[in-house]
Write a protein that binds this ligand. Structure first.
Ligand code: SP5
Ligand code: ZN
Length: 346
């Protein structure tokens, strides 16, 4: 399988996040990619490709122009105030506060565009996020050109990033950009299945009113799990998009038996939709060893997950999302991809 990756991810480093009331080094760290790369190179079945370049306007199908401009210029604006280190917001326009204007100051603007204090911007963040998006868009292009499947080794991840907000370690919505790429190349109906432990709130928001992209997410219930404020089963889309969002929230402690039942439901929905192509938001933070998550999937379950995805028999773009048990992340990702390779022509 083709693997698209860029070294620019490494510039997004050195960040701290607010975790249980303390500033700690980000769980979402560059070493994640090193471990994935190591495991995939050891598997020896992959063709490694750099991302292609795309016009900046392509991002505007998925994101607001003012948001892109904020991300592109945020760190220089911070530097212009004589600051260094990582940028974290400290105030947000919650209920009762104004959201109809973007503060001209960088601190207020940051709170306007961010939705958590866990997603630092550092000097290399914009270039890393853009390269990550290009990896996903390249993988989508490869599939439209005839590849059965392609994997985008995206970092930073993307599924929490919405049209005009960032958070959850995500800046640009890589999977949404891949789905849009498939649509633009003529795939009429695209299913986007998000198997990251956390609800893909950004992807859901982006496709909320669309009936050409079916969004399905299997995740820890927002009642107790991040991102807390989206991802319940009663969220089903609106307007033309009504019925084209499917949330399958699960309790903490969910094991493979219950997880795979949700996966079967997702597979049925994808088939009923009549998808022409599939994008998978592939987080492996469903692993029992994950430090910020609470499902109970073990190493032997990732090949089964891969087999279930491969068995759908559609052209597929796999987009890396979360996974923070850094030492095991490579093994788990390689296990999912390995199942695709053994299902060569499906
Ligand atoms: C892409 C992705 O997986 N993003 C996840 C972002 C999660 N950020 C906040 C995590 C807060 C978790 N705190 C709960 C600690 C339980 N041990
Ligand atoms: Zn996650």
């Amino acid at each position: 399988m083709d693997v698209v990756h860029s070294a620019l991810h490494a510039g997004h480093d050195g960040g701290v996040e607010l975790h249980r009331g303390q500033l700690v080094p980000c769980y979402e760290c560059p070493a994640r990619v090193d471990f994935i790369e190591q495991a995939l190179r050891a598997a020896g079945r992959h063709t490694w490709l750099p991302p292609r370049d795309f016009p900046l306007e392509r991002l505007l199908d998925i994101h607001d122009a003012d948001f892109i401009e904020f991300l592109r210029t945020a760190y220089p604006r911070w530097r212009a105030e004589g600051r260094d280190g990582s940028m974290l917001p400290s105030g947000f326009p919650a209920r009762g506060l104004r959201r109809d204007r973007v503060p001209s100051g960088i601190h207020g603007a940051m709170g306007y565009y961010a939705f958590d204090a866990g997603t630092p911007i550092v000097p290399g963040t914009w270039e890393a996020a853009l390269a990550s998006a290009h990896c996903a868009m390249t993988a989508a292009a490869l599939v439209t050109e005839g590849a059965r499947a392609a994997y985008a080794l995206c970092r930073p991840p993307g599924h929490h990033a919405a049209r005009g907000t960032y958070g959850g370690y995500c800046f640009l919505n890589n999977a949404a950009l891949a789905a849009q790429g498939l649509r633009d190349a003529g795939k009429a109906r695209v299913a986007l299945l998000d198997v990251d432990y956390h609800h893909g709130n950004g992807t859901q928001e982006i496709f909320w009113e669309r009936d050409d992209v079916l969004f399905i997410s299997i995740h820890g219930t927002p009642d107790t799990e991040y991102p807390y404020f989206l991802g319940y089963a009663d969220e089903r889309g609106a307007g033309r998009g009504e019925g084209y969002t499917l949330n399958l929230p699960l309790q903490r402690g969910t094991d493979w038996a219950r997880y795979s039942a949700a996966l079967a439901t997702a597979r049925e929905a994808i088939q009923a939709f009549g998808a022409d192509a599939l994008v998978v938001s592939l987080g492996v933070d469903t692993y029992q060893g994950d430090p910020i998550s609470a499902f109970k999937l073990s190493k032997e379950h990732f090949p089964l997950l891969g087999g279930q995805l491969a068995g759908l028999g559609l052209p597929k773009v796999l987009v890396q999302e979360g996974g923070y048990a850094v030492e095991d992340i490579g093994h788990n990702v390689a296990a999912v991809l390995g199942a695709f390779d053994s299902a060569v022509l499906r």
